[in-house]
Write a protein that binds this ligand. Structure first.
Ligand code: CTP
Length: 397
């Protein structure tokens, strides 16, 4: 996905610097070349040796290194990359960038560059929420700098809130989106995928035959067109795609909460086969056979995630796409389902066992929209995904 791309990675001083070591590896896995720069504060958290060993190249640390000035120079260093990534981006680095300081190698590179810059901020929650940092952030965004995270969560300092550096897959996804020149560049798309598992007891659950293949192919196709994809997946049997932010869930309720946390988005594609019911009488101990007869299970209806999001009055994605898995009267049922759910499009497919579609590698879909039903020929799930991704790009253009 990042083949041939050159990333200049500036590692600032923060506890999250340890994640940047993994970031180097994951960027390389995607085909990127990484040139690392370590700030003085960064050196307090990770050693130059570990950074250069992982990057497979020298780590740049000093502004006034005359030999290097002669060989390459900081101006050239900052411009030879396709993207500058600052991870972790500390409050101090952001302040320097927003005000145009150039008093060390990192800030000089950031000021001297004409290459796009992506920040992954990480700091204490009060520092992040401080008006000065928010002011700096607004200035930087205004200057065309991109930002991924920070996430909300428990912090190393013991406080809770926004300030944790984005996870490595999220940063990779943001890097890919920033470097893409595809039509979905700059668009955030949420994809649900896979089955959900609804527990009966600690060892048993209700599931369905969804493999997650179509949702995974979709996430990959959307990423290839430059979208920043949040991929919310139940326990699927195919591996999640690379370069997307993966949120793994088990139940429908967890999926519903994850969708809320991932919004806002420009488009949302609901490819998951969500269980309609959950067992309200689920036991936290294994059910045992009993002479008293068979167990009796009580059910409750799960939240309808697609319907809820499609009916949002505030923050509804501009495009909401549902899937309809049907076994009879596919077009008729899916047309009614689109109206019932309130989504813009329904991608309907016949999942009768004879079609081999559920769990298989091919799909035959009908795209239902305001313009009516459009039948597509049977093709591989990757090809279906590419067609849908192109339609999404056209709709968001
Ligand atoms: N869906 C959802 N939340 C649910 C159920 C379904 O978000 N609790 C979404 C699926 O991801 C899919 C669409 O709704 O995009 C249709 O799913 P499907 O299972 O075909 O429809 P149902 O709502 O279960 O309708 P029916 O039982 O009538 O087939």
């Amino acid at each position: 996905m990042l083949a041939g791309k050159h990333i200049l990675l500036i590692i600032g001083g923060g506890i999250a610097a340890y994640k940047s070591l993994d970031l180097i590896r994951r960027l390389q896995d995607q085909g990127a070349r990484v040139t690392p720069v370590l700030t003085k504060a960064g050196e307090e958290f990770v050693t130059p040796l570990s950074v250069s060993a992982l990057a497979g190249s020298e780590v740049h640390r000093d502004l006034f290194d005359l030999t290097k000035e002669a060989e390459m120079g900081h101006i050239q260093l900052s411009r030879s990359a396709d993207l500058l990534v600052v991870a972790p981006a500390t409050a101090d680095l952001m302040a320097k960038m927003a005000n145009g300081h150039a008093n060390d190698l990192a800030s000089t590179l950031l000021l001297a560059t004409d290459t796009p810059v992506l920040l992954a901020p990480a700091m204490n929650v009060r520092m992040w929420e401080h008006p000065a940092t928010q002011r700096n952030l607004a200035t930087l965004l205004q200057d065309g700098v991109s930002c991924v995270g920070p996430n909300e969560g428990a912090m190393a300092c013991g406080e809770y809130g926004p300030g944790r550096m984005a996870e490595v897959p999220e940063i990779i996804s943001a890097v890919a989106a920033r470097l893409s020149d595809g039509p979905l560049r700059g668009k955030r798309v949420l994809v649900t995928s896979g089955p959900t598992h609804e527990p009966i007891d600690p060892v048993r659950y209700i599931a369905n035959r969804s493999s997650g293949a179509q949702g995974t192919a979709l996430a990959r196709a959307l990423t290839a067109l430059g979208a920043e994809v949040v991929f919310i997946t139940g326990p699927a049997s195919v591996a999640p795609p690379a370069g997307v932010e993966v949120v793994a869930v088990e139940t429908a309720q967890e999926m519903s909460e994850a969708v809320d946390a991932a919004l806002p988005a420009d488009a949302a594609v609901f490819a998951a086969a969500v269980a309609d019911w959950r067992v309200t009488s689920a036991s936290d101990r294994k059910l045992k056979k009993s002479k008293d007869g068979l167990p009796v299970m009580e059910f409750a209806e799960n939240p309808d995630i697609l319907k809820r999001v499609a009916h949002m009055t505030k923050g509804r994605p501009a495009l909401v796409v549902g899937f309809a898995a049907e076994t009879d009267d596919v077009v008729e049922n899916a047309t009614a389902k689109r109206l019932r759910k309130g989504c813009d499009w329904i991608v309907a497919n016949d999942v009768s066992p004879s079609t081999g579609i559920m769990g298989g590698s091919e799909n035959a879909v009908v795209l239902i929209s305001d313009d009516g039903a459009e039948e597509w020929p049977r093709m591989g799930k990757d090809a279906v995904a590419r067609q849908i991704a192109e339609r999404v790009a056209a709709a968001l253009a």
